[in-house]
Ligand binder design. Structure first.
Ligand SMILES: [Zn+2]
Length: 105
């Protein structure tokens, strides 16, 4: 758990965080403008994944891949290695939250 938090705070800026996530610094600035919509969509998928029963087909809140929910707490297509959508999702959501906090203060 502490590892995830450290990783977030090691990023020097939100832009770096986004570049890390998307592996493409060039689309970073443009993508930032659309993050609100993307995060709203991701959160909607997360809520659906949360409500779905075991054995139902759901969409991964991060990458939108369709998969079968195998346990009651599963909400992402994967949570390790290259398919660590769980970490990516929370990084995405947390990044925006910090950005909004700066924006409104
Ligand atoms: Zn996924």
């Amino acid at each position: 758990m502490g590892e995830e938090t450290d990783a977030v705070f090691e990023w020097e800026s939100e832009a770096d965080a986004l570049a890390e996530m998307y592996d493409d610094a060039a689309i970073c600035e443009a993508a930032r403008q659309d993050k609100c919509d993307e995060i709203a969509a991701s959160k909607a998928l997360y809520a659906l994944a949360d409500k779905a029963g075991v054995g139902q087909l759901i969409n991964c809140p991060y990458c939108n891949a369709k998969f079968e929910k195998k346990s009651y707490q599963q909400k992402f297509c994967g949570n390790k290695g290259q398919h660590n959508c769980k970490d990516k999702y929370w990084n995405l959501v947390d990044t925006r939250r910090r950005h909004r906090a700066q924006f409104f203060n």
